[in-house]
Ligand binder design. Structure first.
Ligand SMILES: Cc1cc2nc3c(=O)[nH]c(=O)nc-3n(C[C@H](O)[C@H](O)[C@H](O)COP(=O)(O)OP(=O)(O)OC[C@H]3O[C@@H](n4cnc5c(N)ncnc54)[C@H](O)[C@@H]3O)c2cc1C
Length: 455
């Protein structure tokens, strides 16, 4: 029998390793080791090699929170030129990491397929979306109903005479808008990549199991008066108060996603973001011939698989999971799903009734292959929405905020990390992968210069 207790004794009291000395000071503390925190950590350290950068995270490893809950689909098919730039350059970097550096991110170019009804396709917003993609050189192709029917035999495009479909407000499928440069990857591998690259060049061991309770806001300069800072004093965040002690730094990066309000509100900075619960349910194709055939649909990509597919109704989508031979089913529902100011434990629990009552009926109407299919696994997390669905990256009073990815933080992580680094170094422009540049303050609250995102 394995000597488990002996191992525990020899390991000692691990919590001691996490105790923080109040004497410790750093150039930068990064709070949050999700995909945005680790990408930021890497670019900061890479471009400021002498700086002491501490990464702190309250869970016991990097990428365990919403990053791990993600469908990890990546697309450059956005309507706003800002999101196009952030995602297109990030995806190209992921490809470079996998193809040139040989670090497998399990990035698979499945493509992205939006199934749209006649009215949806002809809507002004879709016209603008396609025009902007054309202008930016984002690859996309339109399939008509007949082409889709021929390529995806199991797809139900016609609901004529189907009273249930009418009751459910389902749009018939008239078009497919397809992006070949989109795909899926493994979010854990992505986090591991940035984390490993960061720790190779960092001078400071990251600390896990450390909860940041508040930001240390002080008068700037400190006059050591009782109760300062006063309203007339300048103020600056000079570190963080954690459950293991206080740590000081010149700059504190908040990559805390859906928990950012808990840290910014008490010091009077409005993050302008809020969360929404999102869930994924896993269906295995197993021995179901129809589901196997759907997974193996040919003609869209070199993998010979169905693309990441978004249905025309109710926000239901699925991601092919080729290693598992199955599908991850999700839903981006709008009205009826509450916004959450700060994500809580309940938001991390999937609801089986949500799959059964909301997703399954829609899914199986469009794809009868899913009839009778029951999830073998499920999980939940939160999106961190900004009002215009474009992320935030800004530096204010010593806090560098990197959040508001609005449900697409994996696919924007590289660009957001580079912009955060440029802001930290006081550069007017950030250089993204491939050499494209963006003003460093584009994603700020005060000097924001973006188009509202509509897809
Ligand atoms: C179901 C679902 C599907 C999704 N699908 C996609 C997709 O297909 N493509 C895509 O690009 N994105 C997707 N997303 C969104 C994506 O997961 C997020 O945009 C991304 O993970 C945000 O990265 P982050 O680093 O801000 O978040 P997180 O991974 O949540 O990281 C924040 C970290 O901060 C830590 N933290 C917070 N507060 C404190 C504190 N006080 N002290 C210490 N540590 C703290 C947390 O523990 C956490 O590790 C999806 C999300 C969900 C929930």
């Amino acid at each position: 029998m394995a000597n488990v207790l002996g191992w525990l004794v020899s390991r000692g009291n691990n919590t001691e390793a996490f105790v923080v000395s109040s004497e410790e000071t750093f150039d930068v503390i990064i709070v949050g080791a999700g995909c945005l925190g680790v990408a930021t950590a890497y670019y900061l350290q890479k471009n400021s090699p002498d700086k002491k950068i501490l990464l702190v995270e309250r869970t016991l490893a990097a990428g365990q929170a919403n990053t791990a809950m993600s469908a990890a689909a990546v697309r450059n098919m956005f309507a706003s030129s800002t999101n196009q730039l952030l995602t297109d350059t990030s995806i190209k970097y992921f490809e470079y990491v996998q193809e040139e550096l040989g670090y497998d991110l399990f990035f698979e170019k499945t493509g992205y397929l939006w199934l749209l009804g006649e009215e949806q396709f002809n809507h002004e917003s879709v016209k603008v979306w396609m025009e902007r993609m054309k202008k930016s050189g984002i690859s996309h192709k339109v399939y008509n109903k007949e082409e889709l029917k021929a390529m995806i035999p199991n797809l139900n495009v016609d609901f004529a005479g189907d009273e249930e479909a009418e009751l459910m407000n389902l749009h018939e499928v008239s078009y497919g808008l397809f992006g070949a440069d989109c795909g899926v990857l493994d979010p854990t591998r992505l986090v591991e990549y940035y984390f490993e690259e960061f720790t190779k060049i960092s001078h400071v061991k990251p600390r896990f199991g450390v909860n940041v309770e508040k930001l240390l806001l002080e008068a700037d300069p400190k006059l050591d008066l009782p109760g300062e800072p006063y309203a007339w004093q300048k103020k600056k965040v000079n570190g963080v108060v954690t459950d293991k002690g206080t740590i000081r730094a010149d700059v504190v990066v908040l990559a805390t996603g859906t928990w950012t309000n808990a840290l910014l509100d008490p010091i009077g900075i409005d993050s302008l973001t809020k969360g929404k619960k999102r869930q994924l349910f896993v269906i295995h194709a197993e021995d179901k011939e129809d589901l196997q055939a759907l997974l193996d649909v040919k003609g869209f990509n070199e993998l010979g698989s169905i693309p990441f597919t978004i249905l025309p109704s109710a926000g239901v989508y699925f991601r092919p999971q080729l290693q598992e031979r199955g599908f991850w089913i999700g839903c981006g529902d709008k009205v009826g799903r509450a916004y959450k100011y700060i994500q809580n434990d309940e938001d991390m629990v999937p609801e089986s009734s949500y799959y059964e009552n909301s997703m399954y009926p829609v899914l199986s109407k469009y794809f009868p292959a899913f009839l009778g299919a029951r999830p073998v696994n499920s999980w939940a997390g939160g999106y961190n929405y900004s009002p215009d669905r474009i992320p935030f990256v800004y530096l204010e009073c010593g806090v560098l905020v990197v959040n508001g990815a609005s449900g697409s933080g994996i696919m924007k992580a590289d660009a957001m990390g580079r912009i955060a680094d440029a802001l930290y170094r006081g550069e007017a422009e950030a250089e993204l992968y491939g050499g494209k540049k963006i003003p460093s303050n584009t994603l700020s609250i005060k000097d924001r210069d973006v188009e509202v995102e509509s897809v």
